[in-house]
Design a protein around this ligand. Structure first.
Ligand code: ZN
Length: 242
């Protein structure tokens, strides 16, 4: 089941609690059947036809479904449900006089022997500072929480013929995470660092209905079964799902 393994790698490739690795289980036992499970952080969100959705070939619907989950080994999944603990964590980040706050909802596993609580969430940490440059203006500090809110970043895409260029850089380095250039008419050229988690993209080929590459949550997946953690993707033309 290559597709299932691809989804496991998309979710980090290991149990979110005990770190049991999918790849190692494959090396050791030649299979990962019955060892790992997707745990819905909010069970009410589970797709009514979950079993079928998860079995199909890679699709946006399937990724939407596993985005609601954390990957757990079977044992840890059992412990989580047996303890039945939920919680939330609030992050507040201060950079250059600006503050961003994010509350993450999740579940907890308590280890009494190690005196440790593990917080498990399917949500992305977005309280990360970036620099956004619009056209030739000086780059300005924006948090991921702001860039994502109501498509704040995407609203600039529509103005591309006027602003010509849009770039997002890491806050503390010159690393370019997103570079969108107007190349005439309605066309644009976009280079996206796969690790940039704010933008969700689906890249389609000419005459193809289904995406060839999905980029989301800082991970890339191809319909051929590759999972990409590092690198950039450059595309021109139609962009679906942004
Ligand atoms: Zn585990």
């Amino acid at each position: 089941m290559a597709n299932r393994r691809q989804l496991y790698e998309y979710k980090g490739g290991r149990c979110a609690h005990c770190s049991l690795a999918v790849r190692e289980m494959v090396q050791r036992y030649g299979t990962v059947d019955r060892m790992f499970e997707f745990n819905h952080v909010d069970p009410a969100e589970k797709h009514p036809d979950y079993t079928n959705v998860i079995r199909r070939v890679l699709s946006s619907e399937q990724l939407d479904e596993v985005d609601k989950c954390v990957l757990l080994c079977r044992q840890c999944h059992g412990i989580l449900h047996a303890q039945g603990l939920t919680g939330h964590v609030q992050f507040t980040v201060n950079v250059a006089g600006q503050t961003a706050t994010q509350t993450l909802n999740g579940q907890l596993i308590l280890d009494m022997k190690e005196q440790r609580a593990k917080f498990l969430t399917n949500e992305r940490v977005l309280v990360v500072p970036y620099r956004l440059q619009i056209g030739d203006q000086e780059p300005k500090l924006y948090f991921g929480t702001t860039l994502e809110k109501e498509g704040a970043l995407l609203s600039h895409f529509r103005n591309l013929p006027q602003i010509r260029r849009l770039r997002v850089m890491a806050y503390r380095s010159d690393r370019v995470l997103l570079d969108v250039e107007h190349v005439g008419g309605n066309k644009m050229k976009m280079t996206l660092d796969v690790s940039f988690p704010v933008l969700t993209s689906e890249l389609c080929g000419d005459g193809e209905d289904d995406p060839m590459i999905w980029l989301r949550n800082g991970v890339g997946l191809t319909k051929d079964g590759e999972v990409i953690y590092n690198g950039t993707v450059t595309c021109e033309g139609t962009i679906v799902g942004v």
